[in-house]
Design a protein around this ligand. Structure first.
Ligand code: KIV
Length: 270
C-alpha cells in the first residue's frame, strides 16, 4: 500500500509490509506544503523530527526544541497529510519521567495530530514505552545514535560497533518491543547489526545510516535536497542534483528505497 492509494497508512499496514518484505519510505516534514508534496510522491511515514531545531531553527543541536514548537510543526504537517502516517519526536526532556512523557505524548496526539511518538533511548525508556502503549499511544523507540545525547557522546559517532554494544542493542530492541513499541528506528548502526536486529524483532524497523537490511528508511528532507548547511553525512544522498525538480527528487528517493537501491554500501557503515 502507498499513500497514492485510498487507504490510510497505519501501524498495521507497515507491519503487513514488513511481513511481505516490502520496504517503505519515510522523510522528515515540518510544514503542510511539504507534507502534501511528500505524501503525493509516495512517502508513507512523515516524521516531524526534532531535527527541525537544526535545519529550520538554525540551532547546533536538537536540544533547544520545545514541546510547543513540536506541537506547532506537527499540527502544520497533520493539516497537509491525507493518508501518510504522522510520527512526531518527543523533544529533549519532554519525556524525562514516564508521567511527563504521557502528558507530552498526549499533547502531540491531541493538539499536534500525531499518530505515533518517537522516543530516544533504550532500556531506560522501557517503562515509559509500557505506560504510553498501555494508554493506546503508538511508540517508535529510537536506538543506536541518539542525537539528544550529543554532549554525552561527544558528537555523532556510529553505535554498536563492538560486540558487547551490539549485543546490548539487540537485547534493548527486544525489551522495547515487549514493552509495547510499535516501531523501532535505528540511527548510525553497522549494516550487519541493523539487518540482524530487523530480522529478530516483530515490529517494522526504520533505518537511517543503518544499511539496506531495515524494513523502512528515513532521511532528513533538507539532506536529500542538498540544502543542509555544512558537511553532508555519509548516509545521505542528494536526490535533487540528478532530478532537478523537488517532486521528482522525492519520487526518486521513494523509488530507490522501495526497490532496495538506497541505501547502498557507500551510505552504510561496517
Ligand atoms: O529528528 C529527526 O529528524 C530524526 C531523524 C534523524 C531520524 O530523528
Amino acid at each position: 500500500m502507498s499513500p497514492t492509494g485510498d487507504q490510510p497508512i497505519t501501524i498495521k499496514a507497515l507491519q503487513r509490509r514488513k511481513a511481505r518484505g516490502e520496504r517503505f519510505a519515510c522523510l522528515t516534514a515540518y510544514d503542510a506544503s511539504f507534507a502534501r508534496l511528500l505524501e503525493n510522491a509516495g512517502v508513507e511515514v512523515l516524521l516531524v523530527g526534532d531535527s527541525l531545531g537544526m535545519v529550520v531553527q538554525g540551532h547546533d543541536t536538537t536540544l533547544p526544541v520545545t514541546l510547543e514548537e513540536m506541537i506547532y510543526h506537527c499540527a502544520c504537517v497533520a493539516r497537509g497529510r491525507r493518508r501518510a502516517l504522522v510520527m512526531a519526536d518527543m523533544p529533549f526532556m519532554s519525556d524525562a519521567t514516564p508521567q511527563q512523557a504521557l502528558a507530552s505524548a498526549g499533547r502531540l496526539l491531541k493538539e499536534g495530530g500525531a499518530q505515533v511518538v518517537k522516543i530516544e533511548g533504550g532500556a531506560v525508556m522501557a517503562e515509559t514505552v509500557r505506560l504510553l502503549s498501555g494508554r493506546g499511544i503508538p511508540v517508535c523507540a529510537h536506538l543506536g545514535l541518539l542525537p539528544q545525547s550529543v554532549h554525552k557522546l561527544g558528537g555523532y559517532p556510529v553505535q554498536g560497533r563492538d560486540p558487547e554494544a551490539a549485543r546490548r542493542m539487540l537485547e534493548e530492541a527486544r525489551l522495547l518491543c515487549k514493552a509495547g513499541a510499535d516501531l523501532l528506528l535505528l540511527e548510525c548502526v553497522p549494516a550487519a547489526l541493523a539487518a540482524e536486529l530487523s530480522r529478530s524483532v516483530p515490529v517494522p524497523v526504520i533505518g537511517i545510516g543503518a544499511g539496506p537490511g531495515c524494513d523502512g528508511q528515513v532521511l532528513v528532507l533538507h539532506d536529500i535536497l542538498g540544502i543542509t548547511p555544512g558537511r553532508r553525512p555519509r548516509f545521505c544522498e542528494n536526490f535533487l542534483t540528478r532530478t532537478g525538480d523537488i517532486p521528482a527528487a522525492i519520487r526518486a528517493y521513494v523509488e530507490a528505497v522501495q526497490s532496495g537501491r538506497f541505501p547502498g554500501p557507500e551510505h552504510s557503515y561496517e
